[in-house]
Design a protein around this ligand. Structure first.
Ligand code: ADP
Ligand code: MG
Length: 599
């Protein structure tokens, strides 16, 4: 056996295996270098998903000829001046990226340093380093990477389709751009622009940049977060629950300015939105956590996208607490996307789309043009009144409303339609309330208040009700009997595989007991056994409320309707039901007028 030192090229290829996984990792390293070089503008090109060609051009500090030679040496970095790994302030620090890329691709770096007259170019092809040569270039650096993995063909096989690789690269740039609103970014594929984010300045710079990436709706439907705990600070924006998606792609966390992926974020957001959103819907959130560099380890993985917190519990608590608090303060606000979608659906050509699979699109809200006259013409086609508009005469006459309307955000009830929707008149528009969804939310909030103020009132059943379940479900319920009793629900085991219900929370009123018990059993199957019910209170309340609420289909009189509106106004979170669906939609007169071509 002979032990030998590996040649530099082999070492670099091994390192490349960790740092350079795919085109997006090259883009990440190069763009981070440009950010570290204090660039004001970064232009990126990717061809064929990055496989044949990538370039990153910046107007940053640049490098001299000597620095160029050093930059492509392994573990050569300008970013660890004090050799202290615990206090890292730049994005790079390992000094591995450039030599690794040079080991597996054809790399060319052209650069002109600040204050220098001449630019230089240096090339590395599959690990073979050339000498710096004079070149022509403006101040800053341009790095070109061709034929990625030509030197390690086995790696090529692991690349996905061009489209997939491109998507990863775009995602990488977006994340870095979100953390650096002051830098202008462009990305093209050689033929067209894929991304154009002008430098954002001023007090709203961050939100400008975030909505540039996350969509225009995010600007109008997000709440600013700002919270501090010990020496950690959390800022950023959390979307209203009604603005949600089917996956967590739009949930971002930045730690000390660095985009990271951390499971803790997804869990914490689930916790914070639990009471407002169905478990398969995901809010849009971008959070920025700043903490002492020694409270977080960014050196977990060479690509630095993973972090480890010294006190993960504290971080989680800060995120859950801050987001919950901010959502609570937003009160009954529902997102504008909901009314935009409603208006979109009402538009004659069906512009803007409807509620697609629970996703509130409405984004980009097409400006209202030719369609307006279309509606008027079309209206002539209706000779008879629309069916189903059986407005209840029980609502108060408009004359009595006067001042009231101005005072109440949700207005004064004017009618109930289809025994399901309450229509109210506000100062400058109308509000349509889904009475069932609203009730569900109100009951849930009442249970919580009752718990906080001395317990939930119970109501005994005249005839106790027996509910058959499977054995496992029954024993899960019985195991929680004491906790359920605190919430006002008294159950006991009834043989194997059944429970008997003796008392229910008084405020539920008429209740579908069988459905309630079955759903609770389902809930418990998903809960962590070690978790107290109060920690899942939102879920339990939501389930109870859902079976006890006034369902759609009950007639309400004017007083009942107005009472509902007033209670909604006074109740936090009443803008959405516990599944993240809106409880009401507001349409402004101005928008309605547009709909009829009056504006
Ligand atoms: P690291 O970023 O970890 O220091 P890299 O291999 O990515 O390691 O880069 C090595 C060095 O090259 C950096 O420390 C920096 O001094 C220099 N460098 C790389 N890219 C640029 C750039 N775009 N502008 C100016 N200097 C750069
Ligand atoms: Mg670097």
């Amino acid at each position: 056996m002979t032990i030998r030192r590996l040649p530099e090229t082999v070492i670099n290829r091994i390192a490349a295996g960790e740092v350079v996984e795919r085109p997006a990792s090259v883009i990440k390293e190069l763009v981070e270098n440009s950010i570290d070089a204090e660039a004001a503008r970064i232009d990126v090109t990717i061809r064929d998903g990055g496989r044949t060609f990538m370039s990153v051009t910046d107007d940053g500090r640049g490098m001299t000829a000597d620095e160029l030679s050093l930059a492509i040496e392994r573990h050569a970095t300008s970013k660890l001046p004090s050799d202290d790994l615990l206090t890292i302030n730049s994005l790079g620090f390992r000094g591995e990226a450039l030599p690794s890329i040079g080991a597996v691709a054809r790399l060319a770096i052209t650069s002109r340093a600040l204050g220098e007259e001449d630019a230089w170019i240096i090339t590395v092809e599959g690990g073979t380093v050339g000498a710096p040569e004079p070149a022509a270039h403006a101040q800053g650096t341009r790095i070109e990477v061709r034929d990625l993995f030509f030197a390690t063909p086995a790696r090529l096989k692991f690349l996905k389709t061009e489209k997939t690789e491109q998507t990863h690269a775009v995602d990488t740039i977006k994340r870095l751009a979100m953390a650096h609103p002051g830098i202008g970014f462009t990305l093209g594929d050689g033929n067209r622009d894929l991304l154009k984010l002008p430098a954002a300045t001023g007090p709203d710079a961050r939100l400008d940049r975030l909505s540039g990436v996350m969509g225009k709706d995010f600007r109008d439907n997000s709440l600013a977060i700002d919270a501090q705990r010990e020496d950690m600070r959390l800022t950023g924006f959390a979307g209203l629950p009604t603005l949600n998606r089917g996956n967590s792609m739009m949930q971002f966390l930045f730690v000390n300015g660095r985009p990271v992926r951390n499971k803790l974020l997804y869990g914490a957001l689930k916790g914070a939105y639990r009471e407002f959103l169905a478990s398969d819907r995901y809010p849009l959130v971008a959070l920025f956590l700043d903490l002492a560099p020694d409270a977080v380890d960014v050196n977990v993985h060479p690509a630095k996208t993973e972090v480890r917190f010294r006190d993960a519990g504290l971080v989680r608590g800060l995120i859950v607490g801050a987001v919950k608090h901010t959502l609570a303060e937003a009160g009954h606000r529902a997102s504008t996307t909901v009314s935009e979608t409603a208006l979109g659906a009402a538009r004659p050509e069906g512009l803007g789309g409807g509620y697609g699979g629970g996703t509130y699109r409405g984004g980009g809200g097409p400006t209202y043009g030719g369609g307006a006259t279309g509606l008027r013409e079309r209206a002539d086609a209706f000779h008879s009144p629309l069916p189903g508009l059986d407005a209840q005469p029980s609502a108060p006459a408009p004359a009595d409303l006067g001042e009231d309307i101005a005072d109440y955000p949700l207005g004064v009830a004017r009618a109930q339609v289809h025994e399901t929707y309450v229509v109210a008149q506000t100062r400058d528009g109308i509000v349509i309330v889904d009475q069932h969804a609203a009730h569900e939310r109100l009951v849930q909030e009442r249970i919580k208040t009752a718990l906080d103020t001395g317990g939930v009132q119970r109501q005994g059943m005249l005839i106790p009700e027996v509910v058959e379940l499977d054995e496992a479900a029954a024993s899960r319920l019985v195991a929680r009997a004491a906790e359920l009793a605190e919430l006002g629900l008294v159950i006991e085991a009834f043989g194997d595989g059944a429970v008997v219900v003796r008392e229910i929370p008084a405020l539920l009123g008429e209740t579908d007991i069988k459905g309630l018990i079955q759903d609770l059993a389902d809930d418990f199957a998903e809960f962590d056994e070690g978790l107290a019910l109060t920690q899942r209170l939102g879920d339990v309340c939501a389930t109870m409320a859902c079976h006890g609420s006034v369902r759609a289909g009950r007639r309400l009189n004017g007083d009942e309707m107005n009472a509902l509106l007033r209670e909604m106004e006074a109740t936090p979170h009443s803008g959405q039901c516990s599944h993240g669906r809106p409880t009401y939609v507001e349409l402004k007169l101005a928008d309605i007028e547009k709909l009829f071509g009056r504006r």
